[in-house]
Structures are given as structure tokens and as C-alpha cells.
Write a protein that binds this ligand. Structure first.
Ligand SMILES: [Zn+2]
Length: 230
């Protein structure tokens, strides 16, 4: 990850250099539903017409029988692939349990499968997310981390932003001692077009709090993710 960002937590000591983080993130921009109810959007018929235009562009006969329903199906597929724009990440993590019963280690959910769409080509990239956080007092149901991943994945993404958004959302809402997110994915914009290399994996990671500050915790997270896996 190459961009630099401001901390989402207030800086505790004013004399300290502002913290930099590896992506430009303002929680206000991604913790809420991405599409406002009153936001002007093209009508469904216009979206279908746009698909028809693309079909004509590649040289197809848009009136042939096999393609008659294609614009409708493509727009329906878009509704599904991009439903994350209408879902609220903050809401998913809202229902927390206050009781950690003295548990003081991190909670790791491994191998959360996801499919997202790259914002450069609108082509799928897919893989697994591994998420750990160390609760202070607020714990979420484990399925919520998978659900959070899906909401962000079902928007146009870069893998770097997906990784950073998941970590920042957990950090911001649960206020844990730290968050670790590792994502491994294959990008079809690289495997079926462009350099056309199959099987190449891209890894991105993001550490906050104790995971960022303590290399031993990072290493323990990574060995739990990788060690038992293959
Ligand atoms: Zn791409």
C-alpha cells in the first residue's frame, strides 16, 4: 500500500508527529450507507440501455434471441454484486456483547471468502480475508466480521482499500486494542486480461493498535493464518 493517511483516532499527544497510515480513509466516508436515499441515479431502463450499447460496441446483434434478456440480467447481477452500496457497515458491528469474561487474547476469524470488483476494470477479484481483533469490552458475533467483509467487497474496490476499510471500521466501532487484517486475492483483470497470469496472488495487510506496535503479535497473527492453513 502506498498512499498515506491521517489517523482515524484523535491524536493523544499534540507534540507527537501525526500518525500516518497506509490508505486515505475518513470513516465518515465508508461507515455509512454509500448511496443516499435521495441520491439521483439513472433509471433501471437507462442502465439496461447502457448494457445494450456495450453489446453493440463489441459488435453483437442486440436483437438476437440469446441477447434479448441480457441487459436485464446484467443489471440484476449489478444489483447483487454492488448491494454493498446500500448496506451500512456501522450497523453490522452495532450489536455488540459487553461481556468478554476476562478474555484478553485476540479473536481470529480466518478464511472469510469474498468476491469483489476492481474499480479500475470492473472485473472480479476474489480470495480470502483473515481478520483478528483484541476486544477491550465490546465483542461482536463472529459472523459479523464476515458480513462486514461482504458489505465492503460488494462495492467497487481496490484490494488495498478493502483491507484498510475493514480494519478501520472495526477499529472505529469496537475500539479494540488492535486489529489485524490480511487479504489474499486473485484478480481476474490480471489473470484473464492484461498480463494474463493465472494463479498469482496479491497480499495486503493492515495492522492497528497492538498489532501495529508489537511485531510479536503481528507474527503470531500471521503464523496462525498461514501456519495451520496449508
Ligand atoms: Zn483491475
Amino acid at each position: 500500500m502506498d498512499a498515506t493517511i491521517k489517523s482515524i483516532r484523535p491524536n493523544k499527544s499534540a507534540d507527537k508527529q501525526p500518525e500516518t497510515r497506509p490508505a486515505e480513509l475518513d470513516p465518515a466516508e465508508f461507515l455509512a450507507v454509500a448511496v443516499r436515499a435521495d441520491q439521483l441515479r439513472p433509471a433501471r431502463a437507462e442502465a439496461e440501455q447502457a448494457v445494450k450499447t456495450l453489446l453493440a460496441y463489441i459488435g453483437e446483434n442486440t436483437e438476437r434471441e440469446g441477447l434479448l434478456d441480457t441487459p436485464r440480467r446484467v443489471v440484476e447481477a449489478f444489483d447483487e454484486l454492488y448491494q454493498g452500496y446500500h448496506q451500512c457497515p456501522a450497523e453490522v458491528l452495532d450489536r455488540t456483547f459487553g461481556e468478554t469474561a476476562g478474555y484478553d487474547d485476540f479473536v481470529l476469524v480466518r478464511d472469510i471468502e469474498f468476491t469483489s470488483q476492481c474499480e479500475h476494470h470492473m472485473m472480479p477479484f476474489y480470495g480470502k480475508a483473515h481478520i483478528a481483533y483484541t476486544p477491550v469490552e465490546r465483542v461482536v458475533g463472529l459472523s459479523k466480521l464476515a458480513r462486514l467483509t461482504d458489505i465492503f467487497a460488494r462495492r467497487l474496490q481496490t484490494q488495498e482499500h478493502l483491507t484498510a476499510q475493514i480494519a478501520a471500521a472495526i477499529d472505529e466501532i469496537l475500539k479494540p486494542r488492535g486489529v489485524a487484517v490480511l487479504i489474499e486475492a486473485e484478480h481476474t483483470c490480471m489473470s484473464v486480461r492484461g498480463v494474463a497470469k493465472h494463479g498469482a496472488s496479491t497480499f495486503t495487510s493492515r495492522f492497528t493498535g497492538m498489532f501495529r506496535d508489537n511485531p510479536a503479535e503481528q507474527a503470531r497473527f500471521l503464523s496462525l493464518v498461514r501456519g495451520l492453513q496449508r
